[in-house]
Design a protein around this ligand. Structure first.
Ligand code: ZN
Length: 228
């Protein structure tokens, strides 16, 4: 009960921030820099990029790599509004690999790890869209690396917020064997926001409202993990 109340209060807190932001943007267009120094830093990793588009939507042809970047930028803005410093692995549509690399997949994996290692981040979030050969599969799912207890706690917090916000989202986080999770000891999660192989989700994932709500749920999970 306490947990549910606390989550509700975080959501109300986030909505207040959004309302204040809209009000201030409309009436006080001059930005005043009064924010305290950020207490936390996170890495936001937009999956794929460049020649690696990831999966794609069957109906609209949307590329996973493009959607990942959109979600990464939306989440970055929300985190910064909550005074969390953000390090992005990928800031545009280009891949992270070196142009001259013979093995571009290996090159981009090394670059992602290097950015995570060189950051002073206390959390890592990798952003992806899912795909499966069964079109009925849908829902957001959060993964963490086997044996990373802090990662599991972080994943559980984010999955719980997503489940509260979306009836289609999975109830529990799962172990995932992904390079971006295995390459670091930091608490790291990989969020699959939905299935591009499901025609309904393919459309929803591309709308701003759906994206913002998804990202707010992730932010709720971050703040709950930090116990703001
Ligand atoms: Zn992916």
């Amino acid at each position: 009960m306490f947990f549910i109340l606390k989550k509700k209060s975080i959501i109300i807190f986030l909505l207040c921030i959004l309302a204040i932001g809209v009000f201030c943007g409309a009436y006080f267009p001059v930005k005043v820099s009064t924010s305290p120094k950020p207490l936390h830093t996170i890495v936001i990793d937009a999956g794929h990029g460049g020649i690696d588009a990831g999966s794609s939507g069957k109906t609209t042809g949307v590329k996973e790599s493009d959607l990942n970047l959109r979600y990464a930028k939306a989440l970055k803005a929300m985190c910064e509004d909550s005074n969390i410093k953000v390090v992005m692995t990928r800031k545009d549509e280009n891949g992270l690999y070196s142009p001259n690399a013979s093995n571009k997949k290996k090159s981009e994996m090394q670059k992602r790890k290097q950015i995570i290692d060189n950051s002073d981040a206390d959390l890592v979030i990798s952003i992806h869209m899912n795909s499966f050969n069964l079109a009925s599969c849908k829902g957001a799912q959060v993964f963490y690396a086997k044996g990373n207890e802090a990662g599991k706690n972080f994943a559980t917090s984010v999955q719980s917020f997503l489940h509260d916000g979306f009836s289609t989202a999975k109830q529990t986080a799962s172990i995932g064997d992904y390079f971006v999770l295995n390459c670091t000891d930091k608490p790291a999660i990989l969020v699959e926001f939905g299935f591009l192989s499901n025609p309904e989700e393919e459309k929803l994932l591309q709308t701003d409202d759906y994206m913002k709500k998804m990202c707010y749920c992730v932010l709720g999970g971050i703040l709950e993990y930090y116990k703001v």
